[in-house]
Design a protein around this ligand. Structure first.
Ligand code: DX5
Ligand code: ZN
Length: 217
């Protein structure tokens, strides 16, 4: 069964601690935290202070997704704030290997993300140094977008690449995940499903999470 990581980007930011607790009570495995800097992507979202507040609200592992141009400047602060895992983008203006190593040295699990137009080959040099590969299935920046065609093939290719490399990272998919494509994404290779609007814009979070897991009511 896939790990379910609701993205708090679609939660009510005025009641964030309650939303985190509600996701936990509804059966979420992780909480996905989307950090945007207005540079790597147009919007600005949240920073370490909010990660710290979430850390106090829930014991769920915080899966921090940095959509920021210079992650090397901020990783230690996010680890101190309580991130369990930190994912950076292979497209960011950073020394990717050094930043992944800095995340691990600071005590968190390093992850690497790639955008829909970025070929899988670009992550090849890092396969043995990451705990998570995040295959973006939308162009990052906003919740509620449609799943990009071709993402299922990319997930299958990522799984083949992991086997070829003899690597052990988890494969995560993020963007446009709904009950109708969750099982397809998991079958194609995703171990972790991120879902923002499918959970936080539903009336019943537990029912939404069950539907994403492919478990019948
Ligand atoms: C997109 C973010 C996603 C987003 C997913 O830039 O990285 O995590 O919140 O939202 P949905 O599930 O609504 O596509
Ligand atoms: Zn994300």
């Amino acid at each position: 069964m896939p790990t379910i990581a609701p993205s708090i980007l679609s939660a009510d930011f005025g009641r964030l601690a309650d939303e985190a607790r509600a996701a936990a009570a509804a059966g979420a495995d992780w909480l996905h935290v989307d950090v945007m800097d207005g540079q790597f992507v147009p919007p600005i979202t949240i920073g370490p202070a909010v990660v710290h507040a979430l850390r106090r609200a829930t014991t769920l592992p915080l899966d921090v997704h940095l959509m920021i141009q210079h992650p090397e400047r901020h990783v230690s602060e996010f680890v101190r704030a309580g991130a369990a895992g930190i994912t950076i983008h292979v497209e960011a203006e950073t020394d990717v290997a050094a930043t992944l190593a800095a995340i691990r040295a600071a005590g968190a699990r390093p992850g690497l993300a790639l955008n829909p137009p970025t070929p899988l080959d670009h992550v090849r040099p890092y396969l043995k140094t990451i705990d998570l590969l995040l295959v973006m299935s939308v162009n990052p920046g906003w919740g509620g977008q449609a799943f990009v065609e071709g993402s299922l093939e990319k997930l299958s290719a990522a799984r083949r690449l992991r086997a070829e490399a003899g690597a052990g990272f988890a494969i995560e998919v993020d963007g446009g995940i709904k009950p109708h494509n969750a099982a397809l994404a998991a079958a194609a290779g995703a171990d972790v499903l991120v879902a923002g609007s499918a959970v936080f814009e539903s009336r019943d979070y537990a029912e939404a999470i069950r539907a994403l897991r492919g478990a019948a009511r």
